[in-house]
Design a protein around this ligand. Structure first.
Ligand code: SF4
Length: 504
């Protein structure tokens, strides 16, 4: 089905169906690289599984950042409690972009037992009107959790009914947690709402105004304007790095969708090119922008690591006939970086590392660590789909020895088993996913923190600098392991880490 067809439906498709993505698989880097196109069409099931997040968390990370938006959760009260921890990022993000510290605005209809029996639509109608009256936002994103999905509340119908009474544009976002185990579906859910409710059709567009000299300068500017996608996996420091590289090629940048206003979203339909920073995040919407508005896109490499950043720049430059400028830029950046990295390399040489994150980020970061001199000995990816196949091939081509790949929506019990066997010198994972390694005495570092640099050439240097400082003194984790214990039995450590995965 074409992407534009999906957008005709109220609900976005699940990634299990749209991409045949999977979350339960044990393999090796060479095994996955060999499988090539269309691998893993059969997802496994676990006979035992630990809790994980639902798609509300990444969806709210995007929606809470929007400056002129009210997030209205239509769900039970506990849904969206992650917003409390995300608010620091909203405040910091606003401050570094506009010098203004502002909380995200989120409300909840707090559905209770009575609503479950008699329906929550009247409550939602009142809440939308009240949110519009109280905050006067440009948009209200009505985010549905599990309860309205189960009792059959029609959030799109309510939005349509109430829209004439409110000034804000209402965007229904379908995040019913029970519908998918692949939380990357959240990106599709948000883009689905934006595409269906906010973007104007080409024939409705205002013509591009000529500038005061009538020379059509605005039109020329749009021909050099690119959409740079950020669904919240980059902080401002990383945006600045990519803007710097794209500006070097003479391009103007429209960063989208986090911290953007409705106008920036509409502007995305007029850009000359959309540039993905992570294919896992962006494929659904970039295909849609292409099919509906004719905006071409590049979606192949993630600009993490030396080689991948070069490939990412080359992909963009080719679209604007800037190949020579790109080669000059890459050569100058790499030469400077090599010199700066020299002091760190002796400590890194041959040290082993295990990486855990969303698939594309984990694989690109593994490549970066290889470039710094580490030996990758294992990767845990939160899911797998065909977009990452090329990344496994890149890693397999340079792997001295084959190593394990765990496709798991977290599942720390598998990770504990793997780490107790492999005992890497270093573990890179998300802040809330590092505790298993930390308790085993392994030094850890966060793979994502919006205050730190990870992306582009600057990211390579900053990661190296931080890891160097950490590895010079790993005593903290050693001491931690003497006083803390993981909850798993010796029996489990004796079993295969993948013994609970049942492949059909
Ligand atoms: S949407 Fe469903 S799975 Fe997600 S937090 Fe709410 S009840 Fe839990």
């Amino acid at each position: 089905m074409s992407t534009i067809e999906y957008f005709k439906h109220k609900d976005p498709p699940k990634r299990e169906e749209r991409l045949k993505a999977c979350i339960a698989h044990g393999d090796t880097v060479c095994g996955l690289a060999r499988k090539g196109k269309g691998c893993l069409t059969q997802d496994g099931e676990r006979s035992f599984t630990q809790g994980s997040i639902c798609l509300l968390l990444p969806a709210l990370a995007m929606l809470n950042s929007l400056p002129d938006n009210v997030v209205l959760l239509h769900s039970a009260l506990g849904c969206g409690s992650c917003t409390h921890s995300q608010n620091a990022n909203v405040r910091m993000g606003g401050n570094v972009r506009w010098g203004r510290v502002k909380d995200g605005v989120w409300l909840s209809t707090a559905l209770d037992e009575t609503d479950v029996i008699s329906g929550g639509e009247p409550k939602l109608e009142q809440a939308i009107i009240e949110a519009d009256r109280r905050y006067r936002p440009r948009t209200i994103t009505v985010v549905a959790g599990c309860v309205p999905g189960i009792i059959g509340d029609d959030i799109d119908g309510v939005a349509q009914k109430v829209q004439p009474q409110v000034a804000a544009r209402i965007l229904p976002v379908h995040c019913e947690g029970f519908k998918t185990k692949i939380w990357a579906t959240a990106y599709d859910a948000v883009f689905h709402a934006v595409g269906r409710n906010l973007l104007e059709d080409p024939e409705e567009r205002q013509p591009v105004l000529p500038d005061e000299e009538g020379s059509g300068r605005e039109k020329i500017r749009l021909q050099r304007t690119v959409n740079l996608m950020n669904v919240s996996s980059m902080g401002r420091v990383d945006e600045v790095e990519l803007e710097r590289l794209l500006n070097s090629l003479g391009l103007e940048v429209n960063i989208f969708p986090v911290f953007s206003r409705p106008d920036d979203m509409v502007k995305a339909t007029r850009a000359a090119l959309s540039i993905s920073t992570c294919p896992t995040h962006d494929d659904y919407f970039l295909s849609y922008l292409h099919e509906r508005f004719g905006v071409p896109f590049v979606l192949k490499h993630m600009p993490i690591g030396i080689n991948n950043t070069g490939l990412w720049i080359r992909d963009v430059a080719t679209r604007f006939g800037q190949e020579e400028a790109a080669e000059r830029l890459i050569a100058a950046e790499e030469a400077e970086l090599e010199e700066a990295l020299a002091e760190f390399r002796p400590l890194f040489a041959g040290k082993t590392v295990f990486v855990s994150a969303g698939e594309f980020r984990a694989l690109a970061t593994a490549k970066l660590l290889e470039e710094l001199g580490f030996r990758v000995v294992g990767i845990r990816s939160f899911h797998h789909d065909a977009y990452a196949e090329g990344e496994y091939e890149k890693l397999a081509a340079t792997a001295g020895e084959d190593y394990v790949i765990d496709i798991a929506n977290v599942q720390p019990f598998e990770e504990a088993n793997l780490l107790s066997r492999i005992r890497p010198d270093l573990f890179l994972g998300h802040a809330n996913g590092n505790m298993t390694a930390a308790k085993l005495g392994i030094p850890t570092h966060v793979i994502y923190n919006t205050g730190l640099a990870y992306i582009g050439y600057r990211g390579v240097y900053e990661i190296a600098r931080r890891l160097h400082r950490q590895l010079r003194n790993p005593i903290y984790n050693r001491k931690l392991s003497r006083h803390l214990q993981l909850p798993y039995s010796d029996e489990w450590y004796g079993e295969s880490p993948f013994s609970h995965i049942k492949t059909g």
